[in-house]
Design a protein around this ligand. Structure first.
Ligand SMILES: NC(=O)c1ccc[n+]([C@@H]2O[C@H](COP(=O)([O-])OP(=O)(O)OC[C@H]3O[C@@H](n4cnc5c(N)ncnc54)[C@H](OP(=O)(O)O)[C@@H]3O)[C@@H](O)[C@H]2O)c1
Length: 228
């Protein structure tokens, strides 16, 4: 079984790779960093996903010998700067949209150009896609757009089962950054601090356990793990 995943340098992505290896997957990854514990255990190509022009060639080399991927997890994401809409310049929106949204279009188009089939595609989305709470600006917009992007691809990729998955609260560097924000000004921060969370390892195990169940949803659906 072959897994292709983006964003393995920390947090959920790194834990998903470790879980996949335990389950016997051959893993292919694009990310800026390769954590020491993954060295020599996966096929890795360093890539900054903001660099759209580099993605196709890097993917072609990485997936040279593959014509089918059982599982693709589009995990890489950035939070961007917390703040009110008017405080955040368009440039910051563009940066978040590049990683969280447009890089995924480049990746999916490249897989199609390379003739690589995909069995199951999971895009890591967020509750922010529908909550749009104060302060989440570009991140919320990027995840809402990601849900739409994946639904659009689901209608075209007839042999692939596609889900946009909100993974729940996972104790990663990104969530720690959220919890450092001003909870008076941004009430969702307090709610997050008070809510139950999973470790990346627990979340990764749960995601793999849920893969067959996710297939029961219509392809292109947005699923929040907390509602399952
Ligand atoms: N933690 C939560 O509670 C939570 C909740 C909902 C959704 N999510 C989503 O879960 C996913 C993983 O986030 P996380 O919580 O694990 O946070 P994280 O530890 O900050 O991980 C972000 C990942 O994205 C990769 N990445 C960031 N910028 C990149 C770039 N320019 N090029 C290539 N890779 C890049 C990073 O790898 P490199 O540094 O190696 O590039 C890293 O592995 C994200 O899509 C996030 O939006 C998380």
């Amino acid at each position: 079984m072959r897994l292709f995943i983006t964003g393995v340098g920390s947090g959920l992505g790194k834990a998903l790779v470790l879980e996949a290896l335990e389950r016997g997957y051959e893993v292919f990854a694009l990310s800026r960093r390769l954590p020491a514990e993954l060295e020599g255990r996966i096929h890795f190509a360093p890539c900054d996903l903001r660099d759209f022009e580099r993605i196709p060639l890097t993917l072609k080399k990485l997936l040279d010998s593959s014509d089918y991927l059982d599982l693709v997890i589009l995990n890489a994401g950035v939070l961007g700067r917390f703040g009110d809409m008017r405080e955040i310049p368009l440039r910051s929106f563009e940066e978040v949209m590049s990683v969280n949204l447009w890089a995924n279009k480049v990746i999916l188009d490249t897989l199609s150009d390379l003739g690589i089939g995909v069995g199951q595609l999971i895009g890591i989305s967020s509750g922010a896609a529908v909550n749009c709470n104060r302060g989440w600006n570009a991140y919320a917009i990027s995840k809402a757009a990601l849900n739409c992007l994946l639904k659009l691809y689901a209608r075209e990729m007839e042999k692939t089962h596609v889900i946009a998955l909100a993974p729940g609260l996972v104790l990663t560097p990104m969530l720690e950054e959220v919890m450092r924000q001003d909870e008076e000004r941004f009430p969702s921060v307090r709610r997050i601090k008070e809510s139950p969370k999973r470790t990346p390892e627990e979340a990764a195990r749960l995601i793999f356990q849920l893969l067959p169940r996710l297939r029961e949803f219509e392809s292109g659906s947005f699923v929040d793990i907390r509602k399952l």
